[in-house]
Design a protein around this ligand. Structure first.
Ligand SMILES: CC(=O)[C@@H](O)[C@H](O)COP(=O)(O)O
Ligand SMILES: NCC(=O)COP(=O)(O)O
Length: 247
């Protein structure tokens, strides 16, 4: 079964419109975990446009105290600040993403070959028996790409599903994107890597993704789930995603 980690970036971004503490990032985390989500994902960006360092500490304390079985997944570019944050907070999963600080959102995976030495040193530094390392991966990374990802010592890759998510009005292109994602997923699994996925997954596009790309360990979903939650609330939205993932 594919697990659901709810990304709370969008909740923090809404909160940050005011100098006020609502909507509460930890409060929404409790709602989605009580509704069955397996974990919480955040991507603290250097400008703190949504998740702040203080959110990371608050979520970490809340998860350890009240949801010891839930996983905390922290995403980001492995800058010195990010590495120090990870070593302080000690989440169960770290997803390394090749974003530059000015980037609006994540839009590509790692160049596993070109950045192989860098990634290997970061993975060596962060990896622990109780901490998994996942690397953000282009959908068309293919056998060579995931082979290079495996060589870094990472545990998993996270398939970047943004190009698939962008095909909401183009069924033919969506089919092609799914074929590409499935090939890379198969290659990663065959090489012993676990596979996560995320970016612009929605209640509409998740069923076809699940059917075409079997073997995904975890999806992290934020933007689409938050959009659904505006209509139906976070508990119901979370339950609906879990129903799709359980099919
Ligand atoms: C790494 C990744 O997949 C992204 O989806 C990211 O978490 C989204 O970041 P923003 O919420 O800043 O667009
Ligand atoms: N790792 C991908 C993620 O966390 C979800 O991003 P999105 O659903 O907000 O696009």
């Amino acid at each position: 079964m594919t697990l659901l980690s709810v990304n709370l970036n969008a909740v923090a971004q809404l909160r940050n419109r005011r100098d006020l503490p609502w909507p509460s990032v930890t409060g929404i985390a409790r709602v989605v975990l009580d509704a069955g989500a397996s974990g919480i994902t955040v991507h603290p960006r250097p400008d703190e446009r949504h998740i702040r360092r203080t959110d990371v500490f608050a979520l970490s304390a809340m998860l350890r105290e009240d949801y010891p079985k839930a996983e905390f997944n922290i995403e980001g570019y492995p800058s010195a600040d990010f590495l120090a944050l990870i070593e302080t907070v000690n989440p169960q999963q770290v997803t390394l993403v090749p974003d530059d600080p000015a980037q609006a959102t994540s839009d590509h995976g790692w160049d596993f070959t070109g950045k192989g030495n860098f990634l290997t040193s970061v993975v060596q530094r962060l990896k622990r028996p109780d901490r998994r390392i996942s690397l953000f991966c282009d959908p068309d990374a293919g056998e060579d790409g995931v082979g290079a990802a495996r060589a870094t010592g990472a545990d998993r890759v996270e398939l970047f599903t943004g190009p698939y998510g962008a095909c909401y009005d183009d069924a033919d292109q969506a089919e092609r994107e799914l074929t590409t994602l499935a090939e890379t997923c198969r290659a990663a699994l065959a090489q012993g890597l676990g596979v996560n996925a995320g970016h612009d997954l929605t209640l509409d596009n998740l069923p076809a993704f699940q059917a075409a790309v079997p073997g995904i360990a975890e999806v992290s979903i934020g933007h689409g789930l938050t959009a659904d939650a505006l209509l139906m609330g976070f508990a119901e939205a979370t339950r609906r995603y879990i129903t799709v993932l359980s099919a």
